[in-house]
Design a protein around this ligand. Structure first.
Ligand SMILES: [Zn+2]
Length: 139
């Protein structure tokens, strides 16, 4: 069976609506890898169609989509998310230098901690400690 993947940029209105969703907004742009700017990123969201749900997290599939975004829209970094069963690609550009190589961070709010705590069986304070030491290592 032949599948066709389509990538469509969402309108500002649609993007705004999706970005209001807590699960989507947790992973958010925090700094520009080119100039170091940390605020005022312009978000651009795309919807990907034609990828079966089980294949959405495949590296190969994501790389094809990344390659397409790079070629067609000059987008360097893209983040894959699921919103209401749709495959959404989240990208950001720097308001200062226009770069799209923007680093994203997960904001660990109390909701995500309580979810993690339930799924791992660890206390929230222990998780926070572990997460902080991981993020120090990455930086
Ligand atoms: Zn920049």
């Amino acid at each position: 069976m032949e599948t066709t993947i389509s990538i469509k940029q969402l309108s500002d209105l649609e993007s705004e609506k999706i970005l209001k969703d807590k699960k989507i907004s947790r992973l958010k742009p925090v700094s520009c890898t080119q100039c170091g700017e940390t605020t005022g990123f312009r978000r651009k969201l795309f919807q990907v169609k034609g990828v079966p749900q089980h294949a959405r997290s495949d590296d190969d599939v994501q790389n094809v989509i990344r390659h397409h975004l790079k070629r067609e829209a000059s987008i360097d970094f893209a983040f894959f998310k699921t919103y209401k069963n749709k495959c959404i690609v989240d990208t950001a550009s720097c308001c200062n230098c226009g770069s799209t190589a923007i680093t994203y961070d997960i904001a660990f709010d109390s909701d995500i901690l309580s979810e993690l705590s339930k799924s791992t069986g660890k206390s929230e304070s222990l998780l926070l400690k572990e997460l902080n030491s991981i993020s120090k290592k990455i930086k």
